[in-house]
Design a protein around this ligand. Structure first.
Ligand code: ADP
Ligand code: MG
Length: 728
């Protein structure tokens, strides 16, 4: 057994970094080279077709068949020049990851010869055999019909020999079967709602877009070691492993110099990303050993989500070129920092204003405060839904652990903005304000410094922190598709902004002046959402108690958290905003429960197998060595031995105890699983998995990790934490 480990380590030590040298040109020479972006569209499309697509992107107008034909011809011409022979509709089913089915451009002509062709129909719509994608019962398998439909707001791109067209994936009857569809609907809603609110401050605003800047954390593990750990390979995390004597105590990895082999990986990743128009800007070592982060410059939310998904796919592929496997799991190693995907989110106008950024004068600052306050109120009202959007079987190991925000939602604002909200709360009243009071308030508002970045980026414990010109939703998991949390957040804020406009209009109708009406409504919202504001340490025990007093929810059980999607308020929100109908919502939740069940089921099986086939036999073998040793000592020293033997016999007994415990626990776990599997519906089954199966993973692991400390290192069948974490 030891042979596997040492040969694995040899592979590690002997592997040289593969250098990928980007052409000696500046980034601008290859940035976006493989994307059918605005410039390419202008070059390859007729003026008419170009305008048509632009209108479709900005206003959501349909693209007719004839126009689609024209666009397809231009797009194909461009792709073929890059060496494309195939095309695919690229979509994000609820499995996680992406799906694609490649077709070549090959077509017969009427006279029987072959040509390369790409029609508007092939561009606009496809009907993949979708029966194997999860639909939560929306699509009967015998029908197996699902459509992919072109999303012109995310540009097509070429990877290898294939032209990829970003698409949505919907059922025959138009219900969402993917991550992208609800996001697009939510983005549409926030555009409408926010543009309406902007009219109070600037009549020139024609549209508002949501921005997303994601920060992707991940681990790189040596390929050979990865393969020697079936738990990592099958579940994405280690189900056992005693802490390494040294891990992250010294904080010596964070921002440390990037190892050569990792650096070569990063370079290739950046080169490939930049060619695809993904503006990767930042790379650094993270807190845990072998943990890293990359982040692009933020962009429009839908595009940013696609780019994140694409980057993750690139990372999976490119890591192999360098003898690594990339881990996106939120907690691959126990007691060591896990990986999140901070979602930096803001709204901005087509006039170039970031609405979550302070302005230059009282008026623009009032607009800024309006968007801040409405955002907080939305988070407060929909805290359960936001949690449900990020809490998964994998992210549960990270939330509440020391480096990640807890499962209690709260907003951090920083001293400056908090002070301003307190002032509005105190100074504004429901009666008419005197001119002096108004002037004073406006003066105060005018004082908000334009750049708050430096003094607001400090609270790293907050799950939803204001960081100067955006909110940072930090609770999102490393392996997640950001589309779901972003759909929920944008939908919640859109609904709140609509309420805000209604309330202001009501006051205006009563004869209250516009500014004063805005102040009065803001004050109400500030008071109502106060419990969600928290500036302190989110990791402290005090906060858990305080949050409870404030009536904030703290749900760590996954099935229970998921059920928030089916609450009356969630149904109302999604319906009113047009994000998901009740039927779609139910189907989606069904998929979430199933996903949870399968994840725990797989982990339980893998752990059971490893415990019985790897760990128990190894422990018994070592125990035999010890027993032989004791027997021989007895032979040699006779009665005298009795006094010497205590420790060794204790060890033999401990191994026996632990092996028995492991066997019993594995048996119990199997029984618990069997019982749970019989339960319907999925919601109840998921709850049974959470209540009766999940805890065995930790209980079994406890004994295995103790054995790891006792058993001869040479016999231990799996690479240990110190090897997995310090091999780069
Ligand atoms: P930090 O680690 O300090 O939070 P990073 O530079 O790693 O910061 O990542 C910040 C991310 O936030 C980047 O993707 C950046 O482009 C993005 N970002 C900056 N300003 C905004 C904004 N107004 N809206 C959305 N994202 C933003
Ligand atoms: Mg950040």
């Amino acid at each position: 057994m030891a042979i596997i480990r040492f040969s694995a380590l040899e592979t590690v030590n002997h592997r040289k970094p593969v250098e990928v040298v980007p052409p000696a040109k500046s980034i601008t020479d290859y940035f976006g080279k493989n994307v059918f972006d605005d410039v390419k569209m202008q070059n390859y499309l007729s003026r008419d077709a170009y305008d048509h697509v632009k209108r479709a992107i900005s206003r959501g107008t349909p693209i007719d068949r004839k126009m689609a034909d024209t666009v397809a011809i231009g797009m194909k011409a461009w792709a073929v020049e890059l060496g494309a022979t195939h095309y695919t509709h690229w979509f994000q089913p609820l499995t996680g990851g992406t799906a694609e089915k490649h077709d070549s451009f090959l077509e017969y002509t009427d006279n029987g010869s072959v040509v390369e062709s790409f029609s508007g129909k092939a561009l606009a719509q496809q009907e993949p055999d979708a029966s194997s994608f999860p639909s939560g019962g929306l699509r009967n398998t015998f029908e197996a019909r699902g459509y992919t439909a072109w999303d012109p707001s995310s540009p097509a791109f070429v990877i290898g020999d294939t032209l990829s067209i970003p698409t949505i994936f919907i059922s025959y009857t138009g219900e969402a079967l993917d991550h992208k569809t609800p996001l697009l609907r939510a983005l549409n809603a926030i555009d409408r709602a926010a543009t309406e609110v902007c009219q109070y401050f600037d009549k020139n605003v024609g549209s508002v877009r949501a921005n997303l800047g994601w920060e992707q954390e991940f681990f790189l593990v040596d390929e050979a070691l990865y393969y020697a750990r079936p738990d990592l390979a099958l579940t994405g995390r280690t189900l056992m492993g005693h802490a390494s004597a040294k891990d992250q105590q010294l904080d010596d990895h964070y921002f440390g110099s990037i190892p050569e082999r990792v650096s070569a990986f990063m370079k290739e990743l950046e080169f490939e990303s930049l060619k695809l128009g993904i503006p990767i800007k930042t790379r650094h070592n993270e807190v845990a050993p072998n943990q890293y982060e990359v982040a692009p410059i933020f962009s429009e939310c839908n595009l940013a989500v696609d780019q994140n998904v694409l980057t993750m796919e690139l990372m999976k592929r490119i890591s192999r070129h360098h003898g690594f496997r990339v881990l996106f799991h939120e907690k691959p190693f126990k007691d060591i920092n896990g990986s999140g995907k901070h979602n930096n989110w803001s709204l901005s106008t087509d006039t170039g204003v970031i609405l979550h950024s302070p302005g230059k004068n009282p008026k623009s600052n009032l607009q800024f405060l309006t968007f801040i306050v409405n955002t907080i109120k939305a988070v407060y009202d929909h805290q359960d839904l936001l949690r449900a959007s990020i809490l998964t079987a994998t992210n549960q190991h990270r939330l509440g652990a020391n480096e990640a925000p807890p499962a209690i939602l709260s907003c951090f604002l920083g001293a400056e903005v908090s002070k301003m909200l307190d002032q509005i709360e105190e100074q504004v009243t429901n009666r008419k304000m005197t001119p002096d009071e108004k002037t004073e308030l406006k003066l105060d508002i005018g004082k908000i410094p334009e750049i708050l970045l430096d003094n607001t980026d400090r609270n790293r414990t907050s799950p939803f922190a204001f960081t100067g010109n955006r909110f940072e939703f930090r609770a999102v998991g490393g392996s997640a598709n950001s589309a779901t949390p972003m759909a929920v957040l944008n939908a919640a804020v859109a609904a709140q902004l609509t309420e805000f406009s209604k309330s202001v209009e009501k006051l205006i109708a009563k004869g209250v002046k516009k500014d004063e009406a805005i102040f009065q409504v803001l004050r109400e919202l500030i008071i109502a959402s106060k419990p969600i504001r928290f500036e302190g340490d989110n990791y402290s025990e005090d906060w858990v108690r305080e949050a409870k007093k404030r009536g904030l929810t703290n749900i760590t059980d996954i099935p229970e958290a998921i059920s928030a999607f089916l609450s009356e308020s969630a149904k109302k929100l999604f319906k009113s905003i047009g994000v998901l109908g009740e039927h779609e919502l139910e189907a989606r939740v069904e998929v979430m429960y199933e996903n949870y069940i399968m994840k725990i089921q797989i982990e339980a099986r893998v752990l059971g197998d490893l415990a019985i086939n790897h760990i128990v036999p190894t422990a018994v073998k070592y125990q035999n060595v010890l027993m032989e040793n004791v027997t021989m000592l007895k032979e040699l020293y006779g009665d005298e031995y009795g006094q010497l033997s205590g420790k060794r016999v204790e060890l033999i007994r401990e191994i026996s105890d632990r092996v028995t415990q492991i066997k019993n626990l594995v048996n119990e776990m199997v029984e618990a699983r069997k019982a749970a599997n019989k339960i319907t519906p999925a919601e109840k089954r998921a709850k049974a998995y959470s209540a009766n199966v999940f805890s065995y993973l930790e209980k079994i692991r406890y004994h295995i990790d103790k054995l790891e400390l006792i058993v001869d290192d040479e016999m231990w069948p799996l690479p240990k934490y110190r090897e997995l974490l310090f091999s780069n």
